[in-house]
Design a protein around this ligand. Structure first.
Ligand SMILES: *Cc1c(COP(=O)(O)O)cnc(C)c1O
Length: 418
């Protein structure tokens, strides 16, 4: 029989690891070592030549292990496994989502270049773009989910720097209200402003829906970015990040990572491999629970509006089309407007007994927070208004608990308001 094409969830326990190289251990050991012994000086020289790009790797040559800032078995096996979900050629893991995002932005942008980004993005990304990139002479301009291609092109032209466009960075669905952006539209804009030997690149932060429910590379993205702290790690016990893309682009990203030294540690890498084994069952349970919670919220008299991808009406053609094209699940993140304002929202949050009052998302436990005064406190009033980040908005990341218990908790907290 021909070898079957195995699904990622079947390969998460074994892919990229050879037990015979590690005393037959079923599980990848933690390679807690900073440096690796070369068999000969000639071998050391050959490894360094390839690592520093002085020559291409030979056809049958395996890249040797040198030093854990450059390469380490735990990180390499983890990276190989992560490529399976997004069907990417290569992957680089970082010590945080912010490390992955900032490394891509720094590698792809030079002084004088223009970055186009969707706004609002994750608070840390927003801060990095507005306060750090601009410090190095990089120009930045934002657009909002819901704007048409024509409107975005106009924003670019109005900036007077459209010929300097080098990178488009987007986050979809956008935090905290699940607003959607068409990745393919961004690809088209990137291509329109490419020319000569300049290729405008597209990076997508897929933390909210990946790596299970959306695969941005299939829709024209050059980079997929993750805070692996969220669904990939999934247990609220590590901070990590990842970036995926073509071999050619990842070579550049890994190059900068080597010199910034912001790769993840072997211990964190090992924990992420452990997390990947249960990624699919965790995320599927979370999505099932979220559907039940969203349904409950929608019919509650204390709730004004629910922001959940499963509720996009067919009549909302723009968003419905993007949703059907880019996602294979409504995910496990939802938000809702509580009747009232900050007072009612805080009362609700303070009354929760099972759901934890904390930022972050994608973990086994359900988490609730108040974006306007927590994750998005720094967003301008204008952007808050345009993105429905009001005082009555509460965001919940649904975990793997029993759905009836989650609903019970929300119900009793809502009942406490009156
Ligand atoms: C959490 C998060 C980040 C930042 O990741 P860290 O691991 O905290 O550095 C970036 N983007 C999104 C969408 C996030 O939710």
């Amino acid at each position: 029989m021909k070898n079957k094409h195995l699904q990622p969830e079947s390969l998460m326990m074994s892919y990229g690891y050879k037990p015979e190289l590690s005393q037959g251990a079923v599980k990848t050991p933690i390679f807690r070592t900073s440096t690796f012994v070369f068999n000969t000086a000639e071998e050391g020289k050959a490894f360094f030549e390839v690592a520093y790009g002085l020559r291409e790797k030979g056809e049958h040559e395996e890249m040797g292990l040198i030093y854990s800032r450059l390469n380490n078995p735990d990180l390499e096996i983890l990276e190989n496994r992560l490529t399976l979900w997004d069907k990417a050629e290569d992957c680089a893991v970082f010590e945080s989502g912010m490390a992955a995002i900032s490394t891509v932005l720094l590698e792809c942008l030079s002084p004088g270049d223009l970055l186009l980004y969707s706004s609002p993005v994750y608070g840390g990304t927003d801060f990095f773009i507005k306060n750090i990139l601009t410090k190095y002479g990089i120009n930045v301009v934002g657009f909002r989910a819901g704007q048409t291609k024509k409107e975005i092109v106009e924003i670019l032209k109005a900036s007077g720097l459209s010929d300097k466009l080098a990178l488009i960075h987007i986050e979809t669905p956008a935090n905290p209200t699940n607003a959607l952006i068409d990745i393919n539209m961004c690809r088209e804009i990137a291509d329109e402003f490419s020319g000569g030997d300049k290729k405008v690149l597209v990076a997508v932060d897929n933390t909210y829906m990946g790596p299970l429910w959306s695969h941005p590379l299939e829709h024209g993205a050059d980079f997929v970015l993750y805070s692996a702290t969220k669904y990939i790690g999934g247990h609220s016990d590590i901070i990590a990040g990842a970036c995926l893309g073509s071999k050619q682009l990842m070579k550049r990203i890994k190059g900068l990572r080597t010199f910034l030294g912001n790769m993840t540690s072997p211990w964190t890498g090992w924990l992420l491999m452990r997390s990947l084994e249960t990624l699919k069952p965790r995320m599927e349970t979370q999505a099932r629970n979220a559907a039940k919670v969203a349904e409950f919220l929608q019919h509650h008299t204390q709730v004004e509006k629910v922001y959940y991808l499963g509720f996009i009406p067919k009549e909302d053609k723009l968003n419905y089309t993007i949703y059907k094209k880019q996602y294979n699940s409504p995910g496990a993140m939802l938000a809702f407007d509580i009747k009232g304002g900050e007072k009612e929202a805080f009362k609700f949050l303070n009354q929760l007994k099972l759901i934890k009052l904390a930022v972050s998302l994608g973990s086994t436990e359900s988490l609730a927070q108040h974006p306007a005064t927590m994750t998005h406190i720094d967003v301008s009033d204008e952007d808050k208004k345009a993105n429905f980040i009001s005082e009555k908005l509460i965001r919940i990341s649904i975990g793997v608990e029993n759905h009836e218990d989650i609903i019970w908790d929300i119900e009793q907290a809502l009942a406490s308001i009156n």
